[in-house]
Design a protein around this ligand. Sequence first.
Ligand SMILES: Cc1cc2nc3c(=O)[nH]c(=O)nc-3n(C[C@H](O)[C@H](O)[C@H](O)COP(=O)(O)O)c2cc1C
Length: 208
Amino acid sequence: MTTADRLNVMPLGEAMFTQRAIRRFRTDPIPADVMQDIMQAAIRAPNGGNNQQWHFIVVQDEEMRRQLGDLYHEAWWAKRADAGIMGPEDIPPGRNSMRSAMRLANEIGDAPVMVLVCATAKGPQAAGSVIPAAQNMLLAARAFGIGGTIATLHPVVEERVHALFSIPDDAQVVYCMPFGYPRGNFGPVTRLPLNEVCSYDRWCAPPD
Ligand SMILES: Cc1cc2nc3c(=O)[nH]c(=O)nc-3n(C[C@H](O)[C@H](O)[C@H](O)COP(=O)(O)O)c2cc1C
């Protein structure tokens, strides 16, 4: 059986329409063969010129996860500080996704796997080329009942993350993605109606 066959446990439509950001995880490990399938899906993604300027570090070791978790926590708060949010009391009411992202910053080290999605060159073009791989991973994970989310670091921790994982200077970490079996449910996402964000043949203002 191939990875593609194993992914057929869930129809694509169901995976796509129930895949949402999962930020709370059970501690159960992800079986090695399942993680391998998720990474096989990652490297099937579109990428610039098919140059495959990417490298994925699947972090499973407990101590490495703990250290990365600490750095992620620092990075998350550094990003908030850049936006003038210095502590939980500054998070505006109603910003539920920010609150849940804050909780992830506290707990990310408990996720059984974190994947550092790296580009093997610096710059926005190289970074952009790994984005489809991240989405392939989320969809493949969803098919196996595993949740995750895209998350980013902050320059304040860059040097230490590079040192911890022996990442070369000319590479960049684009995303730090936790994965695990969810505490909570997959489910539909909340989005603006299609006709407010999509038009045909030319850009149209949304209807009143
Ligand atoms: C480029 C990018 C960066 C993101 N960074 C973070 C992050 O640092 N922390 C986090 O918890 N979620 C992060 N997310 C996840 C988004 O918050 C999430 O996709 C969005 O809220 C929609 O969630 P939903 O699909 O569950 O509705 C990021 C998503 C993207 C695409």
